[in-house]
Design a protein around this ligand. Structure first.
Ligand SMILES: *[C@@H]1O[C@H](CO)[C@@H](O)[C@H](O)[C@H]1NC(C)=O
Ligand SMILES: *[C@@H]1O[C@H](CO)[C@@H](O)[C@H](O)[C@H]1NC(C)=O
Ligand SMILES: *[C@@H]1O[C@H](CO)[C@@H](O)[C@H](O)[C@H]1NC(C)=O
Ligand SMILES: *[C@@H]1O[C@H](CO)[C@@H](O)[C@H](O)[C@H]1NC(C)=O
Ligand SMILES: *[C@@H]1O[C@H](CO)[C@@H](O)[C@H](O)[C@H]1NC(C)=O
Ligand SMILES: *[C@@H]1O[C@H](CO)[C@@H](O)[C@H](O)[C@H]1NC(C)=O
Ligand SMILES: *[C@@H]1O[C@H](CO)[C@@H](O)[C@H](O)[C@H]1NC(C)=O
Ligand SMILES: *[C@@H]1O[C@H](CO)[C@@H](O)[C@H](O)[C@H]1NC(C)=O
Ligand SMILES: [Cu+2]
Length: 562
């Protein structure tokens, strides 16, 4: 594969410009009754339907998603996972960070440019809501795919853990002082394609591009295909140099695009196995995790032939994605001039509630969404203390930031950064211990991702360029851990955020709930360094996304969020 010449690139980008259009989705967010695994329960869907629809666009398109909250009893909001929101930081979606939650009866418009091709997903980023169903695939097609011509058809496979109880109850049961083991809710089942058929028509001579997306709230999944390998071409919407693998592990929020070639000798149907939570880091018997959840689907060559054979895996040994190379062969960005080190551990708050901490501090949502604070506090917005206990880190425009996560816990955790594809410089195996504070032995062409699986008692070294002014979260993508406060906030290039204005509908959603949208974390517009009114203790009553009309509690305390 050779690089396209400058001339052809210019032509292509012109072609993309000419073709760029607008795709618009008008969605009522509604409760729907569904039974994806046979057990009926209310789920959150779109326009009276569940599974939620796919968003599809082509590079260069403007995407507009208008949502009307018709849930009646919950607030909502949508985050477009992996979309970097360059110059549209107010469209990122997390409640309490870049917007106020959308109350019942209200609406909000998201508008952004699909600048980078790949497989993404969208989900509610509002108070533990997405495990109740509000999530779906988001595909940005490439007009200049370096792998085009190497596959004939595309297939989306989503995988997720699934719970029979609603999120609110699950989180309430988790957030109690008696949960001394920091035990998250355990899933009742595994869903592939949200319970819809997930067999793939398989024709001799054809190659399939599988877009595997993990919607999980907790569990990671492993995938293996009988008699076929998986040639990975992309992860988290970043092309990589094609890598042949036999097993992949996709943690919550990660995506893999891989090619499967139908080279079959005998005309038969090939089972594939997706297994939930076989990660040994989660099988510590003392946590009570004793289950495995499997799903078997088929690559179908002949519907008249046997479809009962299962794919058996002796031991899951997933490929090490930290060794994948970025497609362009780009070296490590650097040297870095800004180091952020985050030590993650479970912790307890003053009331003995289980929490998760970075550097001994748990995230606590404040009254004013953090981006609105950055926009309305003038040059004082470079002072991290005005944002309250959201684990704020201020980085300057153009900084090269090295972000080190030390995972002091005995299980692996997937960490996601909004607003960026970061380079994964190092991600050593479980038990390696903390980052040794030496920059050695890094990958030469680091993989770009937006979600990295950090192994148990080990670390990851990430790098990103602070060239996207905005307020972006860095958090564990295990939804239950977000609700425990495992989140930090990057305040990126605040000097470029001062004075930023916001769409009226976004601000309206704050006004109708009496949520302040100016000033420091407590809404003080006179004295930004005055911390009176900051929220310094996590609420002991968890209301999730529940909308409580007229409740000062609901309208003033926003977080934490996911
Ligand atoms: C909200 O309404 C739905 C649909 O009626 C119901 O299933 C759900 O339990 C309610 N949730 C809360 C927290 O009241
Ligand atoms: C798969 O093949 C069957 C039988 O030929 C056909 O009915 C079905 O539409 C095909 N599915 C897809 C997704 O192409
Ligand atoms: C999806 O992510 C969750 C959370 O990390 C993980 O436990 C699960 O194994 C993932 N699923 C797959 C198919 O990788
Ligand atoms: C299992 O978890 C317990 C409690 O968190 C911990 O003390 C123990 O070391 C863990 N065992 C292993 C093998 O990780
Ligand atoms: C799931 O599949 C794995 C690998 O083949 C197997 O070891 C395990 O027993 C299966 N679990 C169940 C519940 O079938
Ligand atoms: C966190 O607290 C522990 C115990 O109080 C202490 O040993 C450790 O140094 C603290 N870590 C940081 C990063 O402050
Ligand atoms: C920022 O705070 C300083 C004092 O801490 C004050 O003098 C200055 O006017 C403030 N700037 C703005 C834009 O409010
Ligand atoms: C702002 O608040 C801080 C902290 O309460 C206080 O020390 C300072 O005097 C106040 N500044 C003004 C101008 O009132
Ligand atoms: Cu986690």
């Amino acid at each position: 594969m050779h690089s396209p010449s400058a001339a052809s690139l210019a032509f292509l980008s012109l072609a993309a410009l000419v073709k760029a259009g607008t795709v618009t989705y008008n969605w009522d967010i509604t409760w729907v009754w569904a039974a994806p695994d046979g057990f009926g329960r209310p789920v959150i869907g779109v326009n009276g339907q569940w599974p939620c629809p796919k968003i599809e666009a082509t590079v260069g398109d403007t995407v507009i998603v208008n949502i009307n909250n018709k849930l009646g009893n919950q607030t909502t909001g949508i985050h477009f996972h992996g979309i970097n929101q360059i110059s549209t930081p107010d469209m990122d979606g997390p409640s309490g960070v870049t917007q106020c939650p959308v109350p019942p009866g209200s609406s909000v418009k998201y508008q952004w440019v699909a600048d980078t091709a790949g497989s993404y997903w969208y989900h509610s980023h509002n108070m533990g809501q997405y495990p109740d169903g509000l999530r779906g695939p988001l595909i940005v097609h490439d007009t200049n795919d370096p792998y085009s011509g190497q596959y004939d058809e595309e297939v989306i496979l989503s995988v997720s853990d699934w719970y029979h109880a609603e999120s609110l109850d699950l989180v309430r049961n988790m957030l109690t002082p008696s949960n001394v083991q920091f035990r998250p809710p355990f899933p009742d089942s595994i869903l592939v394609n949200e319970g819809q058929p997930a067999n793939i028509n398989f024709t001799k001579g054809k190659t399939y591009r599988i877009r595997l997306i993990n919607f999980s709230a907790f569990a990671s999944a492993m995938i293996h295909i009988d008699s076929h390998d998986m040639n990975v071409i992309m992860n988290d919407a970043a092309y990589i140099q094609k890598e042949k693998t036999f097993m992949l592990r996709v943690t919550a929020a990660q995506r893999y695009d891989f090619l499967v070639e139908c080279i079959d000798r005998d005309n038969r149907n090939f089972p594939y196995l997706i297994g939930l939570d076989t990660n040994r880091d989660f099988t510590n018997a003392s946590l009570g995790v004793t289950w495995t959840k499997n799903y078997t689907g088929y690559f179908v060559m002949d519907t008249t032939k046997d479809m009962t054979k299962v794919d058996v895996v002796q031991e899951w040994k997933p490929a090490d994605d930290s060794h994948f190379k970025n497609y362009n062969g780009d070296g490590v960005w650097g040297p870095y001039n800004h180091l952020i080190q985050l030590d993650f551990e479970f912790c307890k708050d003053v009331n003995g509630y289980p929490r998760a901490c970075f550097n001994n501090v748990t995230y606590i949502g404040q009254k004013v969404p953090t981006l609105y604070t950055a926009a309305t506090t003038g040059n004082n917005n470079t002072d991290p203390t005005i944002y309250g206990q959201v684990n704020p880190f201020v980085v300057k425009y153009g900084d090269i930031v090295q972000l080190v996560v030390n995972n002091l816990d005995a299980a692996g955790h997937p960490f996601h950064l909004h607003g960026h594809h970061f380079q994964v410089l190092d991600r050593p195996k479980s038990g390696t211990g903390k980052w040794p504070k030496r920059d050695t032995n890094y990958a030469s062409s680091p993989n770009l991702r937006d979600t990295v699986a950090v192994d148990a008692k080990s670390y990851a070294v990430l790098r990103f360029k602070a060239e996207n002014p905005g307020v972006f979260l860095f958090h564990c993508h295990i939804e239950w851990h977000v609700e425990m406060g495992l989140t930090a906030t990057i305040i990126e290039a605040p000097d470029k955020l001062a004075g930023m204005s916001f769409p009226t509908d976004h601000i309206n959603n704050c006004q109708i709930q009496n949520i302040p949208y100016q000033g420091n974390a407590a809404g003080n517009t006179q004295n930004y360094t005055d911390q009176t009114g900051f929220i310094t203790v996590p609420p002991t009553t968890y209301n999730g996304a529940t909308y409580i009309p007229g409740s000062s509690k609901r309208s003033r305390i926003l977080g934490p969020f996911a």
